[in-house]
Design a protein around this ligand. Structure first.
Ligand code: C2O
Ligand code: CU
Length: 461
């Protein structure tokens, strides 16, 4: 009895002290060099392609760290132009956000920058430059950042598919027509060659019975994907890094540029069988992304018996919808815009003139092509906000906010996201607590739209 009591006392004393000790800051260190390289994108039998890479490959390396750790990345710019690295979806200090002219000076050719920040949330994130984005991402600069949970949900394997596309000519050279007017005023620079992890893909090997966690990331400039897995029922467990109630997606898995989905894929096919993964987003242009190709030998007799689970929720502040301040964000501009159709003749002339000058898109009527501080919204730190986003254009826009994650409250599952795909004429409501101080970008992640005006900042102070 006495011994037990002593143990108890010792135990409680240890508990009282332990949380006061600073946790030994675990840091993950990487070096990322942005530089040109030649890689094979299309496959053997086709010429190599001159690309821009992180550490020599497209996509760049998958950076992995654990939730709560510090990421320390020495970035070296060996490109012929200034650049940065932005950590898409990570809630980090403003100075680490990688936006030239707003959060840091662009890193000149030959220069370096040390990015260092804590990773508060687990999930699937990514990194890419934030300078001349259409060209820099269009030439291959992007990579996945995986933040692992302390206790990940059960899966036999954890795989990342970085989806992207390239606009290639017959010699497999990247067409240099970045930011041209037609792309910018329509759906953006959609490529003609789709890649999975930087290669035109043939097959993804599976073993019957296994459960694979697939981290899907759309790193393309403009292409929207809607994936369908023939004969399979992938279960969505996270969106833009954040867990959701696990659910199948009978309507297909839709990924606008910048967006991610983690799915659990149970290999319910037979050994030796093949099943297609299709993308049918664009009308009359559906295609086979790749085949799920089963190995001749099964991994287990049947599928995993327990249902797929989602990871534990990330530590996000819940917006107070009853007391949230309401804001409106109108997406305007572009070809065939409703605004143009509504306009009186003189107004129409004014819009046409604005567009001829390259200001094709607007946020609340303002077109911003450079990264500038002048904020569209001033938000009070700690306050809840609800933004009604109205897409008053004829095109889809994946609207991305830096610095915060928001709930899409107009959607049934109210997922946390950092990028919301807004359909033509649609209204979407997003809500968040403005808890991260700084000037943060708001922009369309179709990079040619961003470059032609669909960009702004919000200030949290
Ligand atoms: Cu993924 Cu401002 O970007
Ligand atoms: Cu857009």
């Amino acid at each position: 009895m006495h011994v037990r009591r002593r143990d108890f006392l010792a135990g409680s004393a240890a508990l009282a002290i332990a949380p006061c000790l600073p946790a030994a800051a675990q840091a993950r260190e990487f070096r990322l060099a942005a530089a040109s390289a030649r890689v094979n994108l299309v496959g053997t039998g086709y010429p190599d392609t001159d690309v821009w890479t992180f550490n020599g490959s497209v996509p760049g390396p998958v950076l992995r760290a654990k939730q709560g750790e510090t990421l320390r990345v020495r970035y070296v710019n060996q490109l012929p132009q200034p650049s940065t690295v932005h950590w898409h979806g990570i809630r980090l200090p403003n100075a680490m956000d990688g936006v030239p002219g707003v959060t840091q000076k662009a890193v000149e050719p030959g220069g370096e920058f040390l990015y260092e920040f804590r990773l508060p949330d687990a999930g699937t994130y990514w990194y890419h430059p934030h300078a001349r984005s259409s060209e820099e991402l269009g030439r291959g600069l992007y990579g996945a950042l995986v933040v692992e949970e302390a206790e990940p949900p059960f899966a036999d394997r954890d795989e990342t598919w970085v989806l992207s596309d390239f606009r290639l000519d017959r010699e497999a050279r990247i067409a240099p027509d970045f930011g041209q007017m037609f792309d910018a005023s329509h759906g953006g620079r959609v490529g003609n060659t789709v890649a999975v992890n930087g290669r035109v893909a043939e097959a993804f090997a599976l073993r019957a019975g296994e459960r694979v966690r697939l981290r899907l990331l759309n790193a393309a400039n403009a292409r929207i994907f809607r994936l369908r897995f023939e004969d399979h029922v992938p279960v969505v467990i996270a969106l833009d890094g954040h867990p959701v109630e696990p659910h199948p997606a009978p309507e297909g898995i839709v990924l606008g540029p910048g967006m991610r989905a983690d799915v659990m894929l149970d290999a319910i096919g037979k050994p030796g069988s093949r099943h297609r993964v299709l993308d049918d987003w664009y009308r009359n242009a559906s295609f086979r992304l790749l085949d799920l190709a089963y190995e001749p030998v099964a991994m287990r007799d049947g599928p995993v018996r327990v249902a797929a689970t989602a990871p534990r929720a990330n530590p996000l502040a819940e917006p107070d919808l009853a007391r949230a301040a309401r804001l409106k964000l109108v997406l305007g501009g572009g070809a065939m815009s409703p605004e143009l159709q509504r306009a009186a003749p003189e107004e129409r002339q004014r819009i046409a003139q604005r567009m001829r000058g390259g200001d094709l898109w607007t946020l609340n009527g303002v077109s911003t092509r450079e990264h500038v501080h002048h904020p569209l919204f001033n938000l009070a730190r700690g306050r809840s906000y609800l933004i009604e986003v109205h897409n008053d254009t004829a095109w889809h826009h994946p609207l991305h906010l830096h610095g915060v994650a928001f709930r899409v409250v107009s959607e049934a599952r109210r997922p946390w996201r950092d990028t919301a795909l807004v359909a033509p004429r649609e209204r979407v409501e997003i809500a968040f607590v403005a808890d991260n101080p700084g000037d943060w970008m708001i922009h369309c992640h179709i990079l040619e739209h961003q470059g032609a005006g669909m960009m702004a900042t919000m200030r949290i102070e």
